[in-house]
Design a binder for this molecule. Structure first.
Ligand code: SF4
Length: 299
């Protein structure tokens, strides 16, 4: 959904600054680092960054990527040799027309599937100890084929999928053809949860879906509610460092969870009496502008 051409106004940070940032978090006790936001594999120093993180002592080193460069076995080999332990691929549909429409790149699905194949092979040879996962953005175009999507990727060797409900912003701020209502897609979500509990047994979860839009009969199964709708899954960014383009500028460090809760999402009047309010980060502000508050009620 992001149409921001960030490279135009946020040039890459120098490797020197990146090393300092990795050192800062290592000294604060972090042992897991994820390179994400924009497309980290386009960063000219990404392999050196992974290698430096490993040398410092980070134990879990992840990339969240569109997968285009990982379709190249040589590039993936370099990343693995440098110390990569986990990869999360943003792949939104197993149907070429849907993926292409969503990301606007002709032929993209073929490349992403190549990356998934290379990554699964690497994991099976013991080179990716923290697994390969998919990170699709859940929207009106891919929701009808959720079951087929999951089956398709189970057959490719994937066992970890995190669906994140689309954030209405930028290109799709008011695009109701892409941004669904929660209630429109809930039947598909519940169906795949049931299938997963009964048959598949893989790691599936859904982000940015408030608990109260999940039907009451399901909410009674609290362990299932948190298993599938918790705000944290296998990737849980905590501190984020955002470097300005100014070489001398301070790094803007913030907690992604706090920023999400207080800036990008909001609580509505129903939240005041909600027993799940402390575990819920609220609703996208822009979703409320688009569809109002009628779907939310105290859980
Ligand atoms: S806190 Fe608000 S948005 Fe979250 S589950 Fe409760 S009523 Fe819904």
């Amino acid at each position: 959904m992001s149409g921001e051409e960030r490279d135009d106004h946020n040039p890459w940070a120098s490797f020197d600054r990146l090393m300092k940032e990795l050192e800062h978090h290592y000294e604060s006790g972090a042992r897991s680092v994820g390179f994400l936001g924009g497309e980290p594999t386009a960063y000219p120093h990404i392999i050196r960054s992974i290698s430096f993180a490993k040398k410092l002592g980070y134990q879990r080193i992840a990339l969240c990527t569109n997968g285009m460069r990982l379709a190249d076995k040589d590039f993936l080999g370099e990343a693995l040799s440098a110390g990569l332990t986990r990869a999360t691929v943003s792949l939104h549909s197993h149907i070429a027309e849907v993926e292409e429409r969503l990301v606007g790149v002709p032929g993209i699905l073929k490349m992403k599937l190549g990356a998934v194949k290379n990554l699964v092979r690497a994991r099976e040879s013991g080179q990716l100890p923290d697994n390969v996962s998919l990170n699709p953005v859940l929207n009106r175009l891919n929701a009808p084929s959720l079951e087929a999507y999951i089956l398709f990727f189970i057959a490719q060797g994937i066992n970890d999928i995190r669906f994140n409900f689309i954030w209405p912003q930028s290109r799709v701020l008011t695009d109701t053809a892409v941004v669904p209502r929660f209630r429109d897609i809930m039947p598909e979500i519940l169906k795949v949860i049931l299938l997963n509990e009964r048959k598949w047994g893989i790691s599936i979860s859904f982000g940015a879906i408030p608990f109260c839009v999940v039907p009451e009969f399901f909410r009674k199964h609290v362990e299932l509610l948190f298993k599938y709708f918790s705000e944290e899954s296998n990737d849980h960014p905590t501190d984020v460092g955002f470097m300005s383009s100014d070489e001398d500028g301070a790094v803007n460090r913030f907690s992604l969870k706090a920023r999400t809760r207080y800036d990008h999402r909001m609580k509505v009047s129903a939240c005041q009496d909600c027993s799940l309010a402390s575990a819920c980060l609220g609703v996208w502000r822009s979703y409320v502008s688009l569809y109002g508050v009628e779907e939310f009620s105290a859980a």
